[in-house]
Design a binder for this molecule. Structure first.
Ligand code: ADP
Length: 208
């Protein structure tokens, strides 16, 4: 069983992931996978260099992400080309990594879980949710960014209201980290209670 985990920037996805990992739940991060598929030696990196030119590489052979972003920022066809290349590779690798997890259920962490319809491949989804003021102050403290920067990133993301409507579980993270941990331990127990037990699986097979 796969459970999606999402939330806006600074909502506490990384904090929540660390808590699930402490509970022994395997977590796959979509952003990490997106970086892995363009590492040196990966076919996608070769395709990008062939398409955009060798100046897309840094001196050490890694992808120059800033330059790639510039090239696709105002160029819709190029952006679509890149997405058509990367999205299937990212999905495939995410699926493989999720299938390799041995915990009772696995978590797919994705900032764009809903925007990219990744929740469609999940049994349920968890939204880590905080009011925008808290989001802004936590992002500013974490990233050393200014308020305008933080607000402009938040504005470009799907609204909190839309995410709340779409999520199976909404976890409020406006309290302390200990509060978040308590809420997630309770949710973990709820999810575990819903998992089919080995005996009920056997029973189901008998019924079939
Ligand atoms: P995300 O991964 O969603 O961008 P993070 O988990 O990195 O968000 O959280 C943003 C920042 O806020 C981090 O510095 C994190 O340590 C801090 N943080 C997260 N949850 C809490 C909390 N409940 N109380 C205080 N700080 C928190």
């Amino acid at each position: 069983m796969i459970i999606g985990l999402t939330g806006g920037i600074g909502s506490g996805k990384s904090a929540a992931t660390a808590i699930f990992e402490r509970l022994g739940i395997g977590c796959v991060d979509a952003d990490h996978v997106a970086r892995e598929v363009v590492e040196p030696g990966e076919p996608a990196l070769a395709s990008i260099v062939e398409h955009f030119g060798p100046d897309l590489l840094m001196a050490d052979g890694t992808l120059n992400r800033g330059r790639l972003r510039e090239r696709i920022f105002t160029n819709e066809p190029e952006r679509l080309w890149l997405e058509a290349l990367l999205h299937p590779l990212i999905r495939k690798r995410m699926t493989q990594q999720l299938a390799a997890q041995t915990s009772p259920y696995a978590i797919l962490v994705a900032p764009l879980l809903f925007e990219n319809d990744l929740d469609k491949g999940c049994e349920a989804s968890i939204l880590i949710d905080v009011p925008e003021e808290i989001q802004v102050s936590r992002v500013m403290a974490r990233d050393n960014s200014d308020e305008a920067q933080a607000r402009s990133i938040i504005k470009r993301q799907m609204s909190r209201a839309d995410k709340r409507l779409r999520a199976s579980y909404v976890i409020d993270n406006s309290g302390t980290l200990a509060d978040l941990e308590n809420a997630l331990v309770a949710l973990h127990q709820e999810i575990m209670a819903k998992l089919p037990t080995p005996s009920s699986e056997t029973g189901k097979r008998h019924d079939d």
